[in-house]
Design a protein around this ligand. Structure first.
Ligand SMILES: Cc1cc2nc3c(=O)[nH]c(=O)nc-3n(C[C@H](O)[C@H](O)[C@H](O)COP(=O)(O)OP(=O)(O)OC[C@H]3O[C@@H](n4cnc5c(N)ncnc54)[C@H](O)[C@@H]3O)c2cc1C
Length: 337
């Protein structure tokens, strides 16, 4: 079914038709003015309010969705919440000929604890569902806190876990906290399922190891012994801002000694970064301010930030130093696993 439509010259035809029509009433003038504004807007190269043509499918099973993705190949895209994809289509950065909606796949909507597996989060779960999830608030509240720091309410209501991950945007908020919890992703395609560590999914900005026919179906946070965790995001506004830097940590502390630590950094490299040298440095050591400060310094050596419109590379590096120390301190003192 074709539901998108755009034809820039249609506005000029409408204007001409109205201007040269016999009838000359005030209503017609208002319509002419409105259509001319739209026409001028498009001529200015402004954001297109119309989407290009596409075919739209709403499969009822994961298998059918994968089959469609395989059949249409590179001309097809999955659409979940659409918060990112539709914007890119409006800006003409992407023009998929086929959209495969996963809105009927209710099995991707769950958040549940499965003994022996961990917390299973379906790809269609929205950010606000992460925020409100009883399971997550009880077991991994830092995931809910990270989701709460994302975008604003409208986007959190529509944007999904799968979309946030598949975008593979270095500044995305969910990957660092999931990576700090050693999360895995399940990918399902026409040839079956495979599971991989989330940190191994990303290969560059906007790039993953996923094949054209694959969907992310779930994220799994395995059972673990971590005693505390934290995610700190620095954005240029309090809400609706992308991360300039995001630091996620998870620690296992016993008798003031760090038994285990995981540190993941967002927005400071082409992909989310697991700061393994920092983790190794922390393990087995007694907690002190000096130790955490040193961990912050080590983390700066594990990122490769760029300078862009939101911050310089130097500023981002210094934020990594400060936030790594701060997130570790919060995780150790406040818990919040
Ligand atoms: C105003 C605004 C503010 C934002 N703020 C933030 C923010 O603070 N932090 C942040 O991290 N992001 C932010 N975003 C980005 C975006 O909203 C999120 O990344 C969101 O999670 C995308 O999810 P979605 O379901 O809308 O994805 P969609 O737009 O539907 O899809 C995004 C991409 O993922 C693919 N995809 C989606 N689901 C699947 C799946 N299950 N399997 C395979 N491929 C899939 C699509 O094909 C597409 O390429 C913001 C966006 C906007 C518009």
């Amino acid at each position: 079914m074709v539901i998108g439509h755009r034809s820039k010259c249609i506005y000029q035809q409408i204007i001409r038709m109205l201007q040269f029509s016999e009838e000359g009433d005030a209503e017609r003038q208002i319509v002419v003015k409105f259509v001319m504004q739209v026409d001028n807007y498009l001529k200015r190269g402004g954001e297109n309010v119309y989407l290009p043509d596409f075919e739209y499918y709403t499969p009822d099973s994961i298998a059918e969705a994968c089959q469609l993705l395989s059949q249409f190949g590179a001309s097809a895209k999955v659409i979940a919440g659409g918060t990112d994809l539709v914007n890119k289509m409006k800006k003409e950065l992407l023009a998929p000929e086929v959209l495969v909606s996963i809105k009927n796949l209710d099995q991707l909507k769950k958040i549940e604890y499965v003994p022996g597996r961990g917390v299973v989060i379906g790809a269609r779960v929205t950010h606000n569902e992460l925020v409100k999830s009883e399971v997550l608030n009880e077991k991994y509240s830092s995931v809910s806190n990270a989701a709460q720091q994302m975008a604003h309410n409208q986007v959190r209501n529509a944007g999904t876990v799968g979309g946030n991950i598949c975008n593979a945007v270095p500044s995305a908020d969910l990957p660092p906290i999931f990576i700090a919890f050693n999360a895995t992703v399940k990918l399902t395609g026409v040839n079956g399922e495979r599971t991989l560590a989330l940190e191994d999914l990303f290969t560059g900005p906007g790039k993953t190891v996923m094949t054209q026919d694959e969907l992310i179906t779930e994220v799994v946070i395995p059972d673990q012994k971590m005693t505390g965790s934290n995610y700190i995001k620095f954005g240029l506004r309090k809400s609706g801002a992308l991360a300039v830097v995001g630091v996620a940590v998870a620690v296992q502390v016993e008798n003031n000694v760090i038994k285990d630590a995981r540190v993941a950094l967002g927005a400071v490299a082409a992909t989310p970064v697991r700061a393994k040298k920092t983790e190794d440095f922390l393990k087995g050591k007694e907690v002190s301010d000096e130790l955490l400060a040193e961990a912050g310094f080590i983390a700066t050596g594990e990122c490769k930030p760029i300078s862009d419109i939101r911050a310089s590379a130097e500023y981002r590096t210094d934020l990594v130093r400060v936030f790594t120390k701060r997130a570790l301190r919060k995780a150790i003192d406040e818990g919040h696993v």
